[in-house]
Ligand binder design. Sequence first.
Ligand SMILES: *Cc1c(COP(=O)(O)O)cnc(C)c1O
Length: 476
Amino acid sequence: MRYVSTRSAEPGPGLPFCDILLDGLAPDGGLYLPQSYPQLSAETLTGWGELLESDGYAAVAFEVLRLFVDDIPDADLRAICERAYAVGTFGDPVVPVAPVTGDLWLLKLSEGPTAAFKDMAMQLLGQLFEYELERRGRTLTILGATSGDTGSAAEYAMRGLDRITVFMLSPQGRMSPFQQAQMFSLDDPHIINLAVEGVFDDCQDLVKAVMSDAAFKATHSIGAVNSINWGRVVAQVVYYVVGYLRVHAATGAERVSFAVPTGNFGNICAAHVARMMGLPVDALILATNENNVLDEFFRTGVYRVRSGAAETSSPSMDISKASNFERFVFDLLGRDGVRTAELFGPTLLERGLFDLSGTPEFAAVRDRYGFVSGTSTHADRLATIAALETSDGVVIDPHTADAVKVARDLRAELAGPIVVTETALPVKFSATIVEALGREPERPDAFAGIEDLPRHVLDIPADAGVLKAIIADRLG
Ligand SMILES: *Cc1c(COP(=O)(O)O)cnc(C)c1O
């Protein structure tokens, strides 16, 4: 399997998986996608259903990934999957499903080390990076900015890996006490937490400033693990296959729909890829919070980026533009790289929006691609969390609640099970749970007392010179 950019005029021969693994953007500013989507037959799915029963998640992950990766020998790829998806890291079984009222199912993606679904992709990425760096005799410095889930998932996935050092910036005092404790309690010489005086945007600006110094970036082998990395997307394809297989086994349903709380369109992009591969999926239900740029697109055909994101109680979905969305639009436009480049380049830059309403392509978003969408608000989250607690005795986090809310709004229009991806455990967002239920969420044993552990974090000003000096010093 070879990979092409969403902005290339002439796709050419494409690049192998490991060449794009360590890159973010393609040189032309586009995102990488496979040249074509491998197709799943009914027999393959039946076989994988049996494999899931007998050998578990890692075995199915290997089968899915080998369709996308042909430059890592099978035995090595299998070992990578087994390390990434060990039962000890994710619980037993890895990614279970649980039914709730109304033929809704929760796909439990948040049982990993940081209690958010980002662990599913990051654990695999860490193992893939380490393998490829070893093969190339290289090291990698990951520089990132986080307001919560991504940073901790990256740190827990990269810790203990010899060839990777992580510098993670976060805005001083802005993350929840639990999120701070998760990151800052890590005691690993290769994981460096930097708390920046400022807000999240200041952290991102610092990362950009360092990245734009090409010489510094090259000297210190600096890279990123942001959500546009194809390795993250393909890792997520696996749990859509597994979610389908588990719900199919439990209910006999031939088709399911998925509901996905969406920010940067990474999670639901993986669902789109799985559907394009022929996984029997009816609807892809995209749920946003008040930052509803994507709901607007799927309702109207107009993609209008915002100047900033509003702060909400589902903060990991607070985005003003969706960084993976270009992948879907490329497919929607019949893989026309020139048109994609035009829309995401000059058109967005000059007008701040593009408009596909009235085009035959946009008319196909539901019938050909399965997309439907909706928006959920703070009041909706509170009501949904409380309602599910009452009906099923199940407590969900605010992001998952956004998806449950939108799935319930669309329930009557859709036949068959709706599988909601649970993207975090409620313990990460306790303030909203207290507001909804009047009590603290349950805290898994693994997180008992983490706020009391020693903190490993350096306070820094929002100054790129200071940041560079720290990076050079630590790597020196
Ligand atoms: C990252 C995140 C999301 C949004 O996922 P995208 O892939 O950016 O669409 C939703 N919920 C939680 C808890 C997250 O951490």
